[in-house]
Design a protein around this ligand. Structure first.
Ligand code: FUL
Length: 487
């Protein structure tokens, strides 16, 4: 009887979980692996998993910006403890249009603002706490940073996203069930008062509240609310649509699969991981290998869960004057670009407004130089003028490229047609020299975009061969460029 009860309870739980999961993840982005599935069945399933419309839109943005701004901007700290007085929040020249205009001009397609960081201070006048801009001297307590950023994004036609820290070191509710309602109220304000929201970013950092109290979050309540109020928004990091790449260095994995075992998405596991540590999302996000054949053949389900790569343009996330001289160089930003966007990820580059409420000239210059350098490097795609012939046999697909004349190149860009999923597991670019094929560069996964830089070669005839793929590869773009070596 007891066993029967247990089985019933278990099945009820599983049914509930499956229902909740199905609402979160679209059918095309998820596959169950049956006990009897062969390796070939699993490969076929993995190859046919596709991004949801919201994930596809997000992936195509390629460059997104983080704006860390708040009470820490005025204390010089990275993590406030929640005891800061709102009286210190007083930017003298805050201009959210400058932030967003800079992002747009630098080629960024979406921004995410820290509406509330771990210190609990709200950049909007929330009805549910006094710990916000409304208790500050800024604009005599009548200002709303979230509104100014949202309006600027809508004016400049770029996406608008919100970072809302679940960990709140100010709220007296934290660590009690009442905090879950408080969080839902705040989320509702943010999802209803500022027009279209394109991304929600829930940080994995989860420390203790007053008196050592820990919060048990109600993830599914947040997700259901977002799907209802802003159905096209992606939910990132502690969420089902976008995964944290596992570092904050700006460098993604060389082998980066967007299809990973779905088991890791079980909300219980995310919750367990976040309760255990003040670290980030589930620990497995930091493993070297998330989606290899070995991983997926050992899992019970597969899901489209792509990587976002967050890094700051300065050492810290918030503005510190002493870091004005440490803004990343163009060469570093280019390298980060190749290793994030060029490794099947979306870059989330942080640029922190200063105490005036402006992006400094240092950051603006770095962003514009980064843009100019990308424009320069990618201005002449040699493949545009090439004759391309595709040959397929049972195991390989080869694209023979003949350039009109010999040319030098040291950068390869390849893209898969993401609408069809992600398939390529191994490829190589070769060039003809003195009657024989020589290797220029090779890689494993491609996905949304793969960029490889290599020692420059000069050739007229080339071939790109996909030698391992989960079903037939669908290559949508090939680019060959020459980047002047750094002086
Ligand atoms: C982390 C936070 O603790 C940092 O302060 C920053 O916001 C970063 C993007 O995420 O988890």
């Amino acid at each position: 009887m007891l066993n029967f009860k247990r089985t019933m309870l278990c099945s009820l739980f599983l049914l509930q979980f499956t229902l909740a999961f199905a609402q979160l993840v679209e059918k095309r982005s998820y596959a169950k692996i049956a006990a009897g599935d062969s390796e070939a069945d699993i490969i076929r399933k993995a190859a046919n998993i596709r991004p949801s419309a919201r994930q596809l839109r997000w992936q195509k943005l390629e460059l997104t910006a983080f704006l860390h701004f708040g009470i820490n901007t005025f204390t010089g700290r990275e993590w406030g403890d929640g005891t800061e007085s709102p009286a210190i929040f007083n930017p003298t020249e805050l201009d959210a249009r400058q932030w967003v205009r800079t992002c747009k001009e630098a080629g960024f397609k979406q921004v995410i603002l820290t509406a509330k960081h771990h210190d609990g201070f709200c950049l909007w006048p929330s009805k549910y706490t006094q710990h916000s801009v409304k208790s500050s001297p800024w604009r005599n307590g009548a200002g709303d940073v979230v509104k100014e950023v949202a309006d600027a994004c809508h004016e400049y036609g770029i996406g608008f996203g919100i970072y809302l820290s679940p960990w709140d070191r100010n709220s007296s509710y934290f660590g009690t069930p009442a905090y879950n309602d408080y969080f839902i109220h705040q989320l509702t304000e943010l999802l209803t008062q500022y027009g279209k929201v394109d991304e929600l970013w829930f940080d994995g950092a989860n420390g203790e509240g007053p008196g050592g109290k820990k919060q048990v979050y109600e993830f599914n309540r947040w997700y259901a609310l977002i799907r209802k109020l802003q159905p096209s928004a992606v939910i990132a990091v502690m969420g089902p649509d976008v995964r944290w790449v596992g570092t904050e260095s700006g460098y993604g994995r060389e082998t980066e699969w967007s299809v990973v075992p779905g088991d890791a998405l079980i909300q219980d596991q995310i919750a367990a991981a976040s309760q255990k540590t003040t670290g980030f999302a589930p620990m497995n996000m930091m493993e070297d290998d998330l989606g290899s054949l070995e991983k997926i053949t050992r899992s019970k389900s597969l899901v489209w869960y792509p990587a976002e790569i967050d890094v700051s343009i300065r050492p810290g996330w918030f503005y510190h004057q002493e870091e004005d001289s440490k803004v990343k160089s163009t060469a570093t930003l280019m390298d980060i670009y190749y290793s994030s966007v060029g490794r099947n990820g979306v870059l989330l580059l942080n640029m922190p407004p200063d105490k005036r409420g402006l992006l400094t000239d240092y950051d603006v210059k770095a962003l514009m130089d980064f843009k100019d350098q990308r424009d320069k490097v990618f201005s002449n795609n040699l493949v545009k003028a090439a004759k391309v012939v595709t040959k397929r046999n049972k195991d390989t697909t080869t694209m023979l490229l003949t350039l009109p004349e010999k040319a030098a190149f040291n950068l390869l860009v390849v893209q898969e047609k993401l609408e069809k999923g992600q398939r390529v597991a191994q490829f190589e670019l070769e060039y003809m020299e003195n009657g024989s094929w020589k290797s220029a560069t090779k890689g494993t996964t491609i996905g949304s975009k793969r960029i490889l830089n290599f020692t420059a070669v000069t050739a007229k005839e080339l071939r790109l061969t996909v030698s391992k793929s989960r079903l037939k590869p669908v290559i949508s773009e090939i680019g060959l460029y020459f980047q002047q070596p750094n002086p």
